[in-house]
Design a protein around this ligand. Sequence first.
Ligand code: GDP
Length: 365
Amino acid sequence: TLHAGIVGLPNVGKSTLFNAITQVGAEAANYPFCTIDPNVGMVEVPDSRLQILADMVHPKKIVSATVEFVDIAGLVKGASKGEGLGNKFLSHIREVDAIVHVVRCFDDENVIHVEGNVNPKRDIETIDLELILADMESVDKRSDRTAKLLKMGDKKAQGEVSLIERLKEAFNQGKGARSLTYTDEEREILKGFPLLTLKPVLYVANVSEEGLSAAADNPYVQQVMSIASEEGAEAVVVCAQIEAEIAELEDDEKEVFLQDLGLKESGLDQLIRVAFDLLGLMTFFTAGPMEVKAWTIYQGTKAPRAAGVIHTDFEHGFIRAEVVSYKDFVENNGLNGARDKGLVRLEGKEYVMQNGDIVHFRFNV
Ligand code: GDP
């Protein structure tokens, strides 16, 4: 499961969005620090292919892929120095795969802004700075360790020294670790670094209900978009309040509601989709009489590793994968039809999984 941590300054709409995610009405009160414990909300990844497969296979149940959103409240100026919920916040954010950064792009005089006015660029920089400061601290600690290893004659430490120097330089310029490019060797070293600013970021421009239709003309949104494109990050526009309303609707009602708003999909669905792409994830399916199920893997994953997502035994005892593409499966009304046409392949250890593959793994126990 993909884990995404929701961050942002107080009163930007995090809890409202998070409530939409969980559909549990936790409080979204109009003052800072109202959400103290990080909450976890799980959502299904919308995927129309699941129902189409199920209509052919008639399984007992359908299981979607999921994304877990962690509501990481309490990031304020000075968090890295322990202000607000400081370090607690930082430790939660270390555990997520991606950061969803909610930015306030709506004016509302009834909703206090901690800095007095709405200013996405400044807000983004405020949050970024806290993350950078936290990373500086991690790198400083690491730097001490590396120095000791060097003294002891550890050759591997040499590569780390230059990496650490580069990181420090970026941080001093107010840039995150994401802004640098790395060699393969450096990427290996970085696996052992708990750097927050290395995590992929997805900006959420939270606009008002009225702002939703004209979002592209909204100067606040434009600021967020331009920062995202500078950083090579992604951004989506949502109205958290509307998301909260949509979350309470049944599917068919939801469709009508979205049509009325002139939208193809909800902001939340868009958020999930973009997060998937951002992280280079994709889906494969297993389809049998018990269940039709979507599984999440990184693009480029080979068959044995994909099998391991289902069960570690499948990976260890991997023999072959019986694979049929989604298209072939659907066009031939299921596995038997596809098999009759010779479209079901037996693939070995080196097979790179393709998006939508329907797979049956063969393994030794
Ligand atoms: P958090 O502190 O970031 O979790 O912010 P909340 O979700 O608690 O939102 C703070 C206040 O802003 C609440 O009163 C929300 O109702 C309000 N709010 C959130 N999203 C929107 C929005 O899109 N438009 C408007 N006008 N108010 C919003």
